[in-house]
Design a protein around this ligand. Structure first.
Ligand SMILES: [Zn+2]
Length: 963
């Protein structure tokens, strides 16, 4: 392939080398239709495909968000109601989703399996170009909005996006962001609510919606992205012959104009606060600034560093100034980029309503002082070090790298820029380091914040009644509409409502379902990926080594054994772990310490962890784990700072400990409300496994209560606690308790880590107790009332053979064929599933559930579902195999290999489980119906939710308390 060559109707326009990715970037264009294509050719097994359309909204109806949902509701070749869900259940995808941005809509998929990748690409191309929405107005009604006439004749509005945005509009963050964009960009598409404003969604007609698809989902307006070792000839041939060749070029939308600077002045908005919370001191003040364009990469990176330097932690000067004066509880500076014209939001949170002037001048005074007297340059350099680490590491956790590369390409390509512009780090950071100390950052502060003429200011005020007022307005509006209708119109609305219900209730036919391409079982790898691990003994320290290419980075995990700690000591160890980096040490003040940590580590975490033994619910290993990532060149310095942390932390600093404690407790209490399913499952696991009991003690509701009790009696309790922490640290951080794990491409790293740590930690002593100091609890059935409108229901217990392949296929089948339909589709919960653990545990959970009591019934009927099972398991087996072999970065591979080591699960064990999965037949699942019935009858239960929801479960529960 070379420039100007033509392949399947695509002409090659350009080729560029991207050394940092060891890739070639090919730019092509489909000559007949005008579709643009970029391929990052590189030796990456996980292949990514995405198609994006430029979609600039022209009002607040959320038309492109509704389209994003609707095109995934069936297409010409794949006429099932939810092809997206079918693929999610049964493909080997490593990513599958769709996203609406302020100016574009993107449909990305990825897979390691070549045939699976082609299947996904075909379904997505057909979805965006040939969706059924043109012949099925019901799709628009279901996904966008429609009227519903109740039994009593009352009128309401329903719709997936309508409800989703109602939820999104209750958060003050979303309201502030929306108001800032609206005020800063009055002449461009960025002023509109691209997701849709619930008050305006019902203004969208089906005709306008369908016309928007015809006009903008055209190849001429498309941007196709490919990444990895794809069979390019095959892909281009499919794109051309099956999709693009049917289209002629058409005019494409104009580019997005640049907004001229506007001084938008002050505006006020109100946000809803629950009646239990006081309105006092809960206002927010925000300043928005348009800063530059997508082309100014250096400025954007400098602003990232600046926001870290000014507000990155409690020691950062701008934040500290406001916290110390008591004017605000938090200060943030956030860059909103990924759009043509990025902007900044500087926000003071939890301020008194009548103090906004004072807050504003305190912010300005401090910023003026900093720009005049100069910023702390060592802190800027540390922030740059940390940002460069992130940029070079390209570790996005669960998100495949190809997806992030796709975003980086779109963020330039879509605006007429070079698709490769954001892909290399190059000398970006060196250039910024050179500018540090020249007044560059101070000037940036002055020009882009203090003297920026393109500005808006927003005051967000809390209200107890705003929600009611909006609902009352909505009711009045709807009843006016209702009374304006004659019988004819009402009958029309009723007919459409019935048509939607009929369409929803009609199952896909077997022929329709067969249209979804699936892998055959012989196309699924017979073995999971082997994770490298070598166990070495160096003196008295065990070393676990994972030899993997890591691009100049060492990932280090230190495991300090805690198996002999009592439950109370575990809570203290967990508190201690979380305090690392929040207190002065012998050599460093907290401000210096946090600067050094940013500079020397990419990341560093301290956690208490438990690893249950396979098929042994009452056995587990418990550790305080230190996980960090370090550039090879900084290894020695970073490890010496790590030792300073482990042995030099000043545990007696009560003020710093109290600041941390307050922030931590508040964050955990909030987690109970937003992620209550984890908290509920943690309780149920504690009733069944030793691993669960440890984790509950270290991070569950039990730990939250421990923190609350400490906060309430802090002055009395802290001095003794500090002494306990000192002796605990002396006991734990020693060679006898330590196992070192190193994931690195560099041969020398592992030796350096073990040598440095062995020489700086004392020998100490440790003997692994025969039985763990923490045992599973007795079964419990408990409810916790939390301030929330929804609930979370968990049920579970010991389950022999939970780690077998057939049990895993059973769990996935119950989750997707039973719970999905009963709890999610019919019951309205946002999420639900069955969980199986290799220790010998099985359980069920629900997420954002409107009816916990009904859900508990659905868990119980799982055994009947299994007895009557009569489906082809191929899709379930494919999904289960994919789930057991997730896409991992080098860092994650090292962590997972460690976990398998502690759980005593070998690669042979995993291969056996894979064989059992591939061989699973419906009879195996039927055979598990009895054990599942037993589980739901005697399992432990934990429900978190509103008073009303928890009370409705009273028949299931022995005990209900307010959390
Ligand atoms: Zn959505």
């Amino acid at each position: 392939m070379e420039k100007n060559s033509i392949l399947s109707g695509f002409i090659v326009l350009d080729q560029q080398r991207v050394d940092e990715l060891e890739a070639d970037l090919w730019q092509m264009e489909h000559q007949k239709s005008g579709a643009r294509l970029v391929w990052l050719e590189r030796a990456e097994e996980n292949k990514t495909f995405a198609i994006a359309f430029q979609t600039q909204p022209w009002d607040d109806t959320g038309v492109f968000h509704i389209l994003e949902h609707s095109v995934l509701c069936g297409s010409k070749r794949y006429p099932v109601k939810e092809p997206f869900v079918e693929l999610m259940k049964s493909s080997m995808n490593t990513f599958l989703n769709a996203m609406t941005f302020p100016d574009r809509t993107v449909y990305p998929v990825s897979s390691r399996n070549g045939q699976d990748f082609i299947n996904l690409l075909r379904v997505y191309m057909d979805a965006v170009l040939h969706p059924l929405l043109h012949s099925k107005p019901e799709i628009f009604g279901q996904e966008g909005w429609h009227y519903e006439l109740g039994e009593d004749g009352a009128l309401s509005v329903k719709g997936v996006v309508y409800n989703e945005m109602k939820g999104a509009f209750s958060s003050p963050d979303a309201l502030l962001e929306r108001e800032a964009a609206r005020r800063l960009f009055p002449d461009t598409c960025y002023r509109y609510v691209f997701g849709g404003d619930p008050a305006h969604i019902p203004e969208l007609t089906y005709e306008a919606f369908a016309a928007a698809h015809s006009r903008l989902y055209h190849p001429s307006n498309s941007y196709i992205f490919l990444d990895g070792s794809v069979d390019i000839a095959q892909v281009l041939e499919i794109l051309d012959s099956e999709y693009l060749c049917a289209y002629e070029r058409c005019p494409t939308p104009e580019g997005i104009p640049l907004q001229k600077p506007v001084e938008a002045g002050l505006s006020a908005i109100r946000y809803e606060l629950s009646a239990q919370e006081s309105l006092e001191g809960r206002a927010r003040l925000a300043d928005g600034y348009a800063v530059c364009t997508f082309r100014d990469r250096e400025t954007l990176m400098a602003l990232q560093a600046l926001s870290d330097v000014l507000c990155g932690d409690n020691q950062a000067p701008l934040k500290r100034r406001l916290l110390e004066s008591g004017l605000a509880q938090d200060v943030r500076l956030e860059l909103h980029d990924g759009v043509q014209q990025p902007w900044l939001l500087l926000e003071a949170r939890d301020i008194a309503e009548d103090k906004s002037e004072e807050v504003s001048s305190a912010l300005r005074d401090e910023l003026e002082r900093l720009s005049r007297e100069g910023l702390d340059h060592r802190r800027i350099l540390a922030a740059l070090d940390n940002l460069e680490f992130e940029a070079r590491q390209r570790d996005y956790g669960q998100m495949p790298q190809g997806l992030m590369l796709c975003f980086q390409v779109m963020e330039s390509w879509l605006y007429g820029g070079d698709p490769a512009a954001n892909l290399s780090v190059g000398t970006l950071f060196d250039g910024l380091r050179d500018k540090c100390g020249t007044g560059y950052f101070e000037e940036l502060l002055k020009q882009l914040i203090l003297e920026n003429p393109h500005h808006c200011r927003i005051l967000a005020l809390p209200s107890h009644t705003i929600g009611q007022e909006r609902r009352a307005q909505e009711t009045a509006r709807l009843s006016a509409i209702r009374s304006s209708w004659g019988t004819e119109e009402a009958a029309g609305v009723h007919r459409f409502q019935e048509a939607i219900a009929a369409w929803q209730n009609m199952p896909d036919t077997p022929e329709q379902l067969a249209s979804i391409p699936r892998l055959r079982l012989d196309q699924i790898p017979a073995e999971p990926e082997k994770l490298p691990i070598e166990e070495e003994s160096t003196g008295c320290v065990t070393l676990l080594r994972h030899r993997l290419p890591t691009n100049g980075i060492t990932y280090c995990n230190l495991y300090f054994a805690l198996d002999d700690l009592s439950p109370e000591e575990l809570a203290k160890a967990s508190f201690m772990a979380q305090l690392f980096g929040c207190l002065d040490t012998a050599k460093y003040s907290l401000a210096d310490l946090s600067r050094e940590m940013r500079s020397l580590f990419g990341n560093i975490w301290f956690t208490v962890e438990a690893y249950g033994r396979q098929n042994a619910p009452d056995r587990c290993r418990t550790f305080l784990c230190v996980s960090c990532s370090i550039l090879d060149a900084k290894l020695e310095k970073a490890l010496s700072l790590l030792t300073e942390l482990l042995v030099g932390q000043q545990w007696e600093n009560s003020q710093q400990a109290l600041t941390f404690l307050r922030q931590r407790r508040a964050a955990m209490a909030e987690q109970m409300v937003t992620a209550g399913h984890s908290a509920a499952m943690s309780r149920v696991l504690a009733c069944s496994t030793a691993e669960g009991a440890v984790q509950e003690q270290a991070s569950g509701i039990t730990f939250l209560r421990w923190l609350t009790e400490l906060e309430q009696n802090f002055p009395a309790r802290f001095p003794a606690l500090a002494q306990d922490l000192i002796s605990l640290a002396q006991r734990i951080f020693c060679r006898a308790r330590m196992t070192v794990s190193v994931t690195a491409g560099n041969e020398a790293s592992a030796k350096t880590v073990t040598r440095l740590l062995s020489s700086s930690l004392p020998q100490g002593s440790f003997a692994l107790p025969c039985t763990g100091a923490v045992l599973p609890w007795e079964p419990r059935r408990e409810g916790f009332v939390i301030p929330s409108g929804v609930s979370y229901a968990a049920l579970g217990g010991v389950f022999q053979g939970a780690g077998s392949g057939s049990a895993k296929v059973m769990g996935r089948t119950v989750s997707l064929a039973h719970l999905w339909n009963t709890v999610r589709v019919q019951g309205g919960a946002y999420g639900t599933g069955m969980v199986l653990r290799d220790t010998g545990f099985a359980g069920f959970y629900s997420f954002r559930d409107p009816s916990a009591a009904r859900t508990l019934d659905c868990y119980r009927t799982s055994s009947d579902f299994l007895r009557g099972i009569d489906i082809d398991l191929t899709g379930m087996i494919t999904g289960a195999a994919a789930e057991s072999d997730p896409l991992l970065t080098a860092r994650m591979k090292g962590r997972m290999a460690d976990a398998l080591y502690w759980r005593q699960i070998s690669h042979e064990d995993r291969c056996r489980v894979r064989r059992e999965m591939l061989a699973a037949v419906p009879e195996d699942l039927k055979a598990l119906a009895g054990p599942v019935e037993d589980l739901t009858a005697r399992g432990s239960i934990c429900v978190l939710g509103s008073r009303q929801q928890v009370d409705a479960c009273a028949g299931w529960l022995d005990n209900i308390v307010v959390l």
